[in-house]
Design a protein around this ligand. Structure first.
Ligand code: SAM
Length: 269
């Protein structure tokens, strides 16, 4: 296989061990070594696919200190494949430090497409339009959760959360957002996979005895949010003599919108 790149970012399954591409297996076999978070986790995958490549640990606690070693290996012509414990590296997983250094040092980075919890989830729930905001793991602490839920009230916002915290998190969100529509995916691609789409109160009730497994969740944008009458607000401010730039600053600040998008809308109206 002709090798143009030397550093590959390789997604691995998020549950079902068969969810890995032929190319990913080929690259893992051909790499000089595999940088992985937990060598024991990755070794199971390698055994399954009869991949003999050596593993080197690369996790959030040694990301910086590994940089020089990896760069020297690449300079000597070695090929490295980066994986995480599950899914796509750099999606709530390590890799960003290395990628930045690679780019600074003139190396190409080649990411393979593959398994990822957030895209697997979004591709099977009802959605109205393309927009969503993925925030990674939702912050901990009631206050931060509620601030986040308010901040993204006008967005479909998607987050990862642990099974231990999810019920508390949903209750905190319900307090500030009322009985909003949500979708929750649990154990995607695994034996006890479950996807539920309902009002938050029903989801809380459904899981009242506890919830197990890995979770991804989306809180739907409020239908009747203030945003719905953005046009009306723009008109009101225009009538009061505000300039387009001022309107963009006011509305984007109040409703956490992109200033340039609002500005465009104002001048188009
Ligand atoms: N890199 C991974 C990806 O591509 O999705 C995410 C890694 S992050 C450290 C792990 C979190 O992703 C879990 O705590 C859970 O919230 C979510 N997750 C991973 N696998 C999942 C699955 N099979 N079903 C639902 N959520 C999952």
């Amino acid at each position: 296989m002709a090798r143009k790149f030397h550093f590959y970012i390789v997604p691995t399954p998020i549950g079902n061990i068969q969810d890995i591409t032929f190319r990913a297996v080929e690259i893992l076999k051909e790499a000089d070594f595999i940088a992985c978070e937990d060598t024991r986790v990755t070794q199971k995958l390698l055994n399954h696919y009869d991949i003999k490549t050596k593993c080197v640990s690369y996790h959030k606690y040694n990301e910086r200190e590994r940089v020089d070693f990896f760069l020297n290996e690449l300079k000597s012509g070695k090929t490295i494949a980066l994986v995480s414990d599950a899914g796509t590296p750099m999606i709530c997983d390590p890799g960003a430090v290395m990628v930045e250094e690679l780019i600074k040092n003139g190396f190409s980075v080649n990411a393979l497409p593959g398994a990822c919890a957030v895209t697997t989830f979004l591709s099977q729930i009802p959605r109205y339009g393309e927009e969503f905001t993925f925030i990674g793991f939702i912050p901990r602490g009631e206050k931060q959760i509620q601030e986040t839920a308010k901040k993204y009230a006008a967005h479909n916002f998607v987050f990862y959360e642990s099974p231990e915290r999810i019920l508390k998190t949903l209750k905190s969100i319900q307090e500030v957002r009322g009985d909003v529509k949500i979708a929750l995916g649990r154990e995607l691609s695994k034996l006890f996979e479950e996807v539920i789409y309902d009002n938050i109160s029903n989801v809380i009730e459904h899981f009242k005895d506890g919830i197990k497994g890995e979770i991804v969740c989306m809180i739907y944008a409020e239908d009747n949010s203030e945003l719905a009458d953005l046009d009306f607000k723009i008109k009101e401010l225009k009538d009061k003599g505000f300039k387009a730039k001022e309107i963009a600053v006011i509305l984007s600040t109040l409703f956490n919108l992109n200033k340039n998008d609002v500005y465009k809308k104002v001048v188009e109206m």
